[in-house]
Design a protein. Structure first.
Ligand SMILES: *Cc1c(COP(=O)(O)O)cnc(C)c1O
Length: 350
């Protein structure tokens, strides 16, 4: 730490992203990327940008297309450099000591990191023993709420009617729903943003639009809240989404058919792999996302991760202690999942 680091940042513990291997040939199932490239027309769109000019700070064309896709008005959408950027914007727009937040003890690791960075008091509400969210905990909580739905890294989803119950219970606080994986499930809280003034839905192109490297996310919320977010965004970085990415994001929406087919394939591969893992004595959640959350009772999570890595398969093992026995495994191609199962068989037989 340098002597210049702001006192308010002393002791920050940054988020640690999943490993991006360099050189080593590994089957990469650790950061929930898609195993497929986006359609060629999306890749081609990137080179259509006029790079000498600034990108459109309003991202109007893409917002218009997203609005049509989701059946909302463009004033209900704002764009960001991935969901992480949008989450940071939400924190600095809406949360502080007077507006604390609550989220599950097992959820996306960036939520507590951002809270510490922005000095937002936070409460971690324990999931039930079966790793499901107890909705009543949030119905009764006095704080603003952040829930990933499906949750990460459990993959377990709450019905939208249960989300609505939390939104309705307390109109004086915000409910943020992080839908990074919602496309793999097919349900969304976005319609609630037309009905209530206190719900914000966060979406990303990283997982279900196969564009993690392009960095694109969007927020769907009542127009008044989008106005606040846009004011803050224009105060930090009005050009947070590059012009190639704006074009790729627009083109991806012209290829919905391609993505829908892939989502169905990924869900089928996931369910087949979950069954195969259960047959081998694993415990696995009922994941609705593009990853599997599973544990093998006889080998602790970190140890199993190392054994799989030695056999060329990279998966993820995340804190807190409560879920250390578990592995989060991205759903890859059917061939990659076969390789995973073969590696697991070899580890178990030893
Ligand atoms: C991957 C992920 C994000 C971050 O997505 P980016 O758009 O790549 O920043 C946010 N929330 C959850 C729950 C995620 O799994």
């Amino acid at each position: 730490m340098s002597r210049f680091l702001s006192a308010s940042r002393a002791g920050i513990k940054p988020y640690v992203p999943g490993e991006q291997p360099r050189g080593e040939k590994l089957i990469k199932l650790n950061t929930n990327e898609a195993p497929y490239a986006p359609p060629q027309s999306v890749i081609d769109a990137l080179s259509g940008a006029s790079l000498n000019l600034y990108c459109d700070p309003l991202g109007l064309e893409l917002r218009q297309a997203l609005a049509e896709y989701h059946g909302v008005a463009p004033e209900h959408i704002s764009l960001g450099n991935g969901s992480d950027d949008n989450l940071a914007l939400l924190y600095t727009s809406f949360f502080d000591t007077a507006a604390p937040i609550a989220f599950p003890d097992v959820t996306y690791g960036l939520y507590p990191v951002l809270a510490a960075l922005y000095n937002v008091p936070f409460t971690e509400i324990p999931l039930r023993n079966d790793l499901t969210v107890n909705v009543d905990d949030y119905v009764n909580a006095p704080q603003n709420v952040i829930l990933a739905n499906p949750n990460a890294p459990t993959g377990i989803a709450l019905p939208i009617s249960e989300i609505e119950r939390i939104v309705v219970a307390n109109p004086d606080r915000l409910v943020v729903i992080d839908e990074a994986y919602a496309d793999f499930w097919g349900e969304s809280a976005i319609p609630l943003t037309m009905k209530y003034g206190n719900i914000i839905v966060v979406r990303t192109y990283s997982k279900s639009r196969f564009l993690a490297g392009a960095r694109l996310g969007y927020v769907v919320a009542p127009a008044e809240l989008i106005g606040d977010i846009e004011a803050v965004r224009f105060s930090i970085n009005p050009y947070n989404v590059t012009s190639p990415t704006l074009l790729a994001g627009r083109e991806a929406l012209r290829n919905n058919e391609y993505f829908h087919v892939r989502w169905t394939e990924i869900a089928a591969t996931r369910d087949r792999t979950i069954s195969a893992l259960r047959e081998r004595g694993f415990e696995a959640t009922d994941s609705k996302s593009n990853f599997i959350f599973a544990k093998y009772p006889k080998i602790h999570g970190p140890e199993l991760l190392q054994k799989l890595r030695a056999r060329g398969i990279l998966v993820r093992n995340l804190g807190p202690d409560r879920i250390r026995p578990w592995l989060r495994i991205t759903v890859g191609t059917p061939e990659q999942m076969d390789a995973l199962l073969a590696a697991i068989d070899a580890v178990i037989d030893n």
